[in-house]
Design a protein around this ligand. Structure first.
Ligand SMILES: C[S@@+](CC[C@H](N)C(=O)[O-])C[C@H]1O[C@@H](n2cnc3c(N)ncnc32)[C@H](O)[C@@H]1O
Length: 329
């Protein structure tokens, strides 16, 4: 009788081992859809690490439909959904530039008098003197009297040379880390650590840069949030040299992706490789709810982790799927 019972138990175990669990439907797939909706239907407590880079609200094609309020709602809601799908002790790592720059019609325009760029030697005093001497002269006449352009007359008279977001509004510069921290805390996730990704200088901003004292963009942030629970700390995850070189270091020097023909905002594989190897073990589940070209999922698979990718645009979801499958084989 007891023999029969133990046989039955063994058969039951074998059957259970072959029954796919709910979470299996989710694993090793790229899901197409809005990450808020997809996350809502995901089972509880299945994610060991979520690593993502959201839209930055800097005017890229894939975020052009969002207002600033929409953008805030999106990031806040995605963070909120994480609390449920993450396992206890799991991490959520958000890669984002810390400064958002966007045109804000409600703020004053930045004004710059670009002294070293003045090509005409005509000064404001010259213009004011000419106006006193020729009180009825038009801007056009003043320009020909002083031998300069009408624009120079206008600039010197009005005392400024206005630049900023596209001439009609100011370019708002806003720190984003505090917002993420507040949204995460509200959702029950706590800031655990912070790293800087030092990338290639982004000279695409050089017009704004050359007419101001602002630095070029050359670093981004990795905000690491923790869901309360036990964290397994395993110093064997990295070699001794790796701990010294980057595992224990706050600044990671990693070249940016040089081409952007695949996706306009890919992050480098090395960034995903470091985050995944530092914070997970083989077999763990890695989520990217803004998977884009599939960098996180491709690297996760290469490192023998399970993965879940989410992407709103079908063309990127297909790209991520193909890249994850091809590169991991
Ligand atoms: C900064 S990119 C991510 C790039 C990715 N890390 C890579 O290496 O390719 C952000 C991605 O999020 C996608 N996205 C934007 N809004 C989304 C949403 N609501 N749900 C899911 N994906 C979204 C965009 O289409 C874009 O591909």
């Amino acid at each position: 009788m007891s023999l029969q019972l133990s046989m039955l138990n063994r058969i039951a175990d074998m059957v259970l081992a072959y029954v796919p669990s709910v979470s299996d439907d989710w694993l090793n797939k790229i899901h197409v859809g809005d990450s808020r909706a997809v996350l809502k239907s995901m089972p509880d407590n299945i994610v060991d690490l979520s690593f993502w880079s959201p839209p930055y609200f800097v005017g890229k094609e894939y975020e052009a439909h969002l207002t600033f309020q929409d953008w805030q709602n999106l990031i806040c809601d995605v963070i909120k959904e994480h609390t449920r799908v993450m396992k206890e002790g799991a991490f959520m790592v958000i890669n984002i530039a810390d400064i958002l720059c966007f045109v804000d019609p409600n703020m004053p325009r930045y004004m710059a008098n670009n002294v070293s760029n003045k090509k005409s030697p005509v000064t404001r005093e010259d213009v004011l003197k000419a106006k006193i001497k020729h009180p009825k002269a038009s801007r056009h006449e003043l320009a020909s009297i002083l031998g300069c352009s009408e624009q120079t007359i206008q600039r010197r008279s009005e005392h400024n040379n206005v630049r900023g977001g596209k001439g009609t509004a100011g370019t708002r510069v806003l720190l984003v880390g505090g917002m993420l921290q507040d949204w995460a805390k509200e959702a029950g996730l706590y800031l655990y650590d912070h790293r800087i990704w030092h990338k290639d200088p982004c000279w695409a901003n050089s017009r704004w840069h050359s007419n101001s004292y602002r630095a070029v963009d050359e670093f981004e942030h990795l905000y690491i949030f923790w869901k309360p629970g036990i964290v397994d700390v395993d110093r064997e995850r990295l070699g001794r040299a790796e701990w010294a070189e980057w595992g224990s270091r706050g600044v990671w020097n990693i070249r940016s992706v040089q081409r952007n023909n695949r996706h306009e905002c890919e992050f480098p594989e090395m960034l995903a490789d470091r985050v995944i190897r530092l914070l997970t073990d083989k077999g763990d589940v890695v989520l990217d709810p803004f998977v884009g070209s599939g960098t996180t999922t491709a690297v996760a698979r290469k490192l023998k982790r399970k993965y879940i990718g989410i992407e709103r645009l079908k063309k990127y979801a297909q790209l991520a799927e193909a890249r994850t499958n091809v590169e991991a084989d």
